[in-house]
Design a protein around this ligand. Structure first.
Ligand SMILES: NC(=O)c1ccc[n+]([C@@H]2O[C@H](COP(=O)([O-])OP(=O)(O)OC[C@H]3O[C@@H](n4cnc5c(N)ncnc54)[C@H](O)[C@@H]3O)[C@@H](O)[C@H]2O)c1
Length: 248
């Protein structure tokens, strides 16, 4: 049984991970900005224990509180930190304000760094000792308008390399998950901007070798693998799960 902190998991990939960790008997603290949805998520039936707390990952003190609360919830033990929250703003270059840039970087890149810094001393006592950050296939390509998203997701890929170099002697590992298109509320605003949503989805899916978007459940195998000692020799790496989208 592992003690897990999920940062941002009231919906989407984080929610699928919450269910899967609990299914294998793990204890999970879910920290999310949407406290109502997080509470509903942890009240679902599950094998392992779960609790929710309000946390805005853009606020450094909240990040530190989430790690402290997770250690408390695990009675002093923390084995896995899974960071899933992300912010995507798409706007023409001239419409970006400093605040827009700062908020995305704060959630997507600064919060993972702070999670790493605060959790490392606890994780090093664990035999699993795994940090998992959710990057994106957007780390490997640029998208017009998604400046802070593209930069922050690429930043995570190299953040885990630096963490691997620093923390491996202590037994702590850090890896990224890089999803391609996953059908979650995350993309709602993108789809709502399309003139013809059905045609846009069909065109996208035609470009994915597996001819469909991923589901949050498609991400779970890799998350459970990274969050277990099956991946004990893996650190500083990024796993792409995109139905072959970036392979062609
Ligand atoms: N869905 C996709 O197509 C896709 C593709 C590539 C990468 N990703 C990445 O996967 C991750 C999860 O995305 P998802 O699709 O599950 O999205 P989602 O919107 O379903 O879930 C994101 C969760 O994070 C929480 N959250 C957002 N901002 C927060 C903040 N400031 N503090 C705390 N919690 C916050 C939300 O309340 C929500 O519960 C993101 O990092 C995203 O960039 C998603």
């Amino acid at each position: 049984m592992a003690n897990v902190l999920i940062a941002g998991g009231a919906t989407g990939i984080g929610l699928a991970a919450l269910r899967a960790f609990r299914q294998r008997g793990d204890s999970v603290l879910l920290a999310d900005i949407d406290f109502e949805a997080a509470n509903a998520a942890v009240r679902e039936e599950g094998v392992g224990r779960a609790a929710a707390m309000h946390c805005d990952l853009a606020v450094p003190a909240n990040v530190l509180e989430a790690v402290a609360a997770a250690v408390d919830f695990g009675a002093g033990e923390l084995d896995v930190v899974f960071s899933s929250a992300g912010l995507l703003r798409v706007a023409p270059l001239e419409d970006w304000s400093l605040d827009d840039w700062d908020r995305t970087i704060a959630v997507n890149l600064r919060a993972p760094f702070l999670l790493a810094q605060a959790s490392a001393p606890h994780l090093k006592k664990s035999s699993i000792a795994s940090m998992i950050f959710t990057s994106s296939t957007g780390a490997y390509r640029g998208t017009a308008g998604a400046f802070a998203y593209s930069a922050s997701k690429a930043g995570l890929v190299n953040l885990v390399r630096a963490l691997a170099d620093e923390l491996s002697p202590t037994g702590v590992r850090a890896n990224c998950l890089c999803p391609g298109w996953v059908d979650t509320p995350f993309n709602d605003s993108f789809w709502s901007q399309q003139d013809d949503q059905i045609a846009a989805r069909t065109a996208l899916e035609a470009r994915i070798p597996m001819r469909r978007q991923g589901t949050p459940e498609d991400m779970v195998g890799a998350i459970l693998y990274l969050g277990s000692d099956s991946s004990a020799y893996m650190t500083g790496q990024s796993i792409i799960l995109d139905g072959g989208y970036s392979a062609v």
